[in-house]
Design a protein around this ligand. Structure first.
Ligand code: NAD
Length: 445
């Protein structure tokens, strides 16, 4: 059986809606996972830390002694951090900080006549819950992406949650802890999956001495939850949206590659495999107008899947219905396909890649040309790796400072400026049958 299937769209003229249906997608989508996460959310809401411990035992195979990681453990993890890894995290943080500082929005002020002014200013949310995955793989890089973006936005209260690890005594991964300490985050929880999202959305009280006592507030609710995760994390974020703000639904990873005959098949195969190693539900999609490239990539995929460390996971992801090589007539049709797909990560490996990239409307992030692999953006490019999946890039953006900010409009009119617009104000109030609105303005004049 081939390692990846083909979808042949050559010679077919499809509408955007038909294209969206023709593109491979995982059968376990966020809607399908909602049923699994609802009881988890309800349990944490009802029983706080007691539920968090039970769920950790069930899903992570370990019962944490400390739901909140003690400060001494954070310091110890930082002290033990390998110096080369510390430098790598520092480089990633420096670049992400620079990339995100440039995103900070500016306040605006508009004069609408003498004495009539509206302004808009931007404020960070007060407290955020940042999710750092840690089921199949470990993600200290996600600490950098979440924390630095929130810090640049000016958020004061930062809490991180990451699944407890069996081989670290029920604490999150040591490098995740070290990255938190390195970036100055002291509120860290050994909680994973949907239960972490519930804890952040509703808050949680303790159940044991290690939590500070039974019924004592262990984790205060947050305003916004961000961060990537598997399908259960994405489903839980969707379920609590409205109770709190969320960033995009950053679920199981996806790569779309638009490549022509000039692309290097080994590089293309390496990038498809690098996303497939995240998760059996990960999606790797190549869109090409070159049969020769498709055949060469299939060959290289076989070789790479056979030799890579997580070969079994890679084979499952590549062989799943969410992954495919899509054959198109030409690069123009390919562009329509990738735009309809709205991949979390889109690589363009064609002649004129930069010009094509400008024409893409929907993608979480675009990687242009032969030397911008997705793994660069995962770690040290200076962009953010928490990106919308499952087609959400049609309407949402990757994590950035704006994920943590909201605007406040400020209206300031003088008596004369109010008088100048009272007549139309009253006319609109009367047509809506809200005469007291007009009277509130007239009373001042
Ligand atoms: P994770 O931390 O997201 O998930 C682990 C948790 O999933 C466990 O703690 C458990 O609570 C929960 N879980 C597992 N099986 C469950 C079940 N049957 N029912 C309910 N809950 C269950 O770690 P992971 O599994 O390694 O996944 C990380 C994911 O993050 C990958 O899919 C990866 O592609 C994705 N990711 C996405 C982005 C992005 O920006 N879109 C970035 C990085 C990583």
């Amino acid at each position: 059986m081939p390692v990846i299937s083909r979808i042949d769209l050559r010679g077919r003229t499809l509408t955007t809606a038909e294209l969206r249906r023709a593109i491979p997608r995982a059968p376990l989508d966020v809607a399908a996972a909602t049923g699994a996460v609802e009881p988890i959310l309800a349990d944490v809401r009802a029983r706080g830390a007691a539920a968090l411990r039970d769920l950790a035992e069930k899903f992570d195979g370990v019962r944490p002694t400390h739901v909140r990681v003690p400060a001494a453990e954070l310091e110890a993890a930082l002290a033990r951090l390998d110096p080369a890894l510390r430098s790598a995290l520092e480089l990633a943080a420096t670049r992400v900080r620079a990339g995100h500082t440039a995103q900070l929005p500016r306040a605006t002020s508009t004069d609408l006549g003498p004495g009539a002014q509206v302004r808009q200013r931007w404020v960070p949310v007060r407290r955020v819950g940042l999710y750092v995955p840690g089921g199949l793989a470990l993600y200290p890089s996600s600490v950098v992406m979440n924390v630095v973006a929130a810090q640049v936005a000016g958020v004061e209260g930062l809490a991180v949650a990451s699944p407890p690890q069996r081989d670290n005594g029920g604490l999150p991964d040591p490098t995740v802890l070290a990255a938190c300490a390195l970036l100055g985050v002291s509120e860290v929880y050994a909680v994973g999956g949907a239960q972490a999202v519930a804890m952040f959305a509703y808050g949680a009280v303790g159940s044991e001495e290690a939590d500070g006592g039974d019924g004592v507030e262990l984790c205060a609710p947050v305003d916004t939850i961000t961060g990537p995760g598997n399908i259960y994390v994405a489903a839980a974020k969707r379920a609590v949206r409205g109770v709190v703000g969320i960033d995009s639904e950053a679920g199981p990873t996806e790569i779309g590659i638009l490549a022509d005959a000039g692309a290097d098949p080994d590089h293309v195969a390496a990038d498809l495999v690098s996303q497939a190693e995240h998760d059996p539900n990960a999606a790797s999609v190549l869109v090409t107008d070159s049969l020769a490239l498709a055949a060469a990539v299939e060959e290289r995929l076989e070789a790479r899947a056979a030799s890579t460390k997580h070969g079994e996971r890679v084979r499952t992801a590549l062989g799943g219905p969410q992954s495919a090589i899509v054959l198109v007539d030409d690069v123009e049709q390919g562009l329509a396909v990738v735009d309809a797909y709205a991949a979390e990560h889109l690589e363009i490996q064609t002649a004129d890649a930069a010009a094509l990239a400008e024409r893409v409307r929907s993608a979480g992030a675009i990687f242009v040309g032969a030397y911008s692999p997705v793994s660069l953006g995962d770690y040290v490019a200076g962009s953010n790796h928490v990106l919308p999946t499952g087609g959400c890039a049609h309407f949402s953006s990757g994590l950035g400072v704006m994920s943590f900010m909201k605007s406040v409009q400020v209206i300031e009119y003088t008596r004369e400026a109010l008088a100048a617009v009272t007549e139309p104000l009253v006319a609109l109030a009367n047509v809506e049958d809200l005469p007291a609105h007009g009277e509130a303005a007239q009373a001042r004049l």
